[in-house]
Design a protein around this ligand. Structure first.
Ligand code: SF4
Length: 373
């Protein structure tokens, strides 16, 4: 969790620039972790800078061209971050968690079942297959859910028992504080809610770990109460892209569920999970203007939904791999006013029980929220 308060302007600038530009690694194999493939944003490495944990692109085309470079960590795990040849900060990389060394009795490495995000979040994609991904024409163009499966780095369906086993180990060995359960969308009308409920029940039986589930809006709002009863503390339903034309172009399958359905589902979910415990990912840099993002964020905040705006990161191997990431100036034009809006709405990241809004590492939004008014 990002704990610092009242960020100096120079730190905010550096965080935003680093996340937009990415980072080159002077030593090819830092001991730290990186995320490749999977659902949602990827190709990052978790970096701790000024007390803030940030996912920074390292495996993308633009990261390879970045002016930022980090040397090999010293014995304490600290690296010097340079812009060109000028040192600008000290940074640390997340270490390999201990649970990565374990495997199930039938030989599945724990790291194929769930991974560490940031420094204290366990994350898994319960179903690594997705109806949206069956045809590349309909798939979300930013998504790499099939890549890690094809590369043998994960399993297609993580069973409740596997998830419970890994969650327990990650809490005991690595002090993981909360967990994200996301899923590819199955063909069933619940959109994955049922499989998330089964997973959550098993995890909560094994260990006391706050859970966020993420899925498309299910067909029936009754699923929200079932998810809550299963032990899910917070819920993410991700708009990703807002404009009709941009949605149809970038995520043609997912765009068949209109924004109006998301808004109705948000309202129903907030009634169950509470204000601030429902969130949505919005990917900045895929065509939506800052005005459109901020206008949508205002609507979301009004109904109690946390608008987690993150810079789009072009992932290698996806149709958008050559799409330029948003500039730091573009991100700042959204995150500075959004930080103030979130603060005024009283939806603090520290009050979120689990999930991406609480972790915050994929965006510098939470740092902007802490800037003194
Ligand atoms: S914000 Fe979400 S996707 Fe990003 S590192 Fe944190 S838990 Fe993972």
């Amino acid at each position: 969790m990002n704990a610092s308060v009242n960020f100096p302007e120079s730190s905010l600038q550096l965080l935003t620039e680093l996340q937009s530009s990415g980072l080159r690694l002077a030593a090819p194999d830092h001991e730290g972790l990186s995320r490749r493939g999977g659902a949602g944003p990827s190709d990052h490495k978790a970096v701790v800078i000024d007390g803030v944990t940030l996912m920074v692109p390292v495996h993308t085309h633009s990261a390879h061209q970045s002016a930022f470079v980090a040397n090999a960590p010293d014995a304490n795990g600290v690296s010097v971050l340079k812009r060109g040849s000028i040192p600008v900060a000290q940074i640390a990389f997340a270490r390999q968690p201990r649970f990565y060394k374990l495997q199930t009795l039938d030989g599945v490495p724990y790291s194929h079942i769930a991974t560490l995000h940031g420094t204290d979040v366990l994350a898994t994609t319960v179903l690594q297959t997705c109806i949206r991904y069956e045809s590349r024409k309909k798939a979300c163009k930013f998504c790499a859910i099939g890549q890690s499966l094809a590369a043998g780095r994960t399993v297609a369906h993580k069973t409740p028992e596997q998830l419970a086993e890994v969650a327990r180990a990650a809490v005991l060995l690595d002090n993981v504080k909360h967990m994200v359960l996301t899923t590819g969308t199955p063909s069933t009308p619940d959109r994955g809610a049922a499989v998330l409920c089964d997973s959550a029940r098993a995890i909560r039986r094994a260990v006391d770990l706050p859970l966020q589930a993420q899925c498309e809006p299910p067909d029936d709002d009754a699923w929200f109460a079932r998810m809550r009863e299963a032990g899910i503390d917070s819920l993410g339903m991700h708009l990703e892209v807002l404009g009709e034309a941009e949605r149809a172009r970038i995520m043609p399958g997912k765009a068949t569920v209109p924004v109006s359905r998301y808004m109705a589902a948000f309202e129903a979910a907030v009634e169950v999970f509470g204000r601030g415990q429902v969130s949505t990912y919005i990917l900045a840099g895929l065509g939506d203007t800052p005005e459109r993002v901020l206008e949508m964020a205002q609507q979301l905040l009004r109904i109690g939904v946390y608008p987690f705006v993150v810079p789009f990161v072009p992932i290698s191997g996806t149709p958008l791999e050559d799409h330029a990431p948003p500039t730091a100036e573009f991100m700042r034009s959204i995150l500075a006013p959004l930080g103030a809006m979130v603060r005024e709405a009283g939806l603090r990241t520290s009050d979120i029980k689990a999930g991406c809004g609480k972790c915050g590492a994929c965006s510098s939004l939470s740092s902007f929220e802490k800037v003194a008014a």
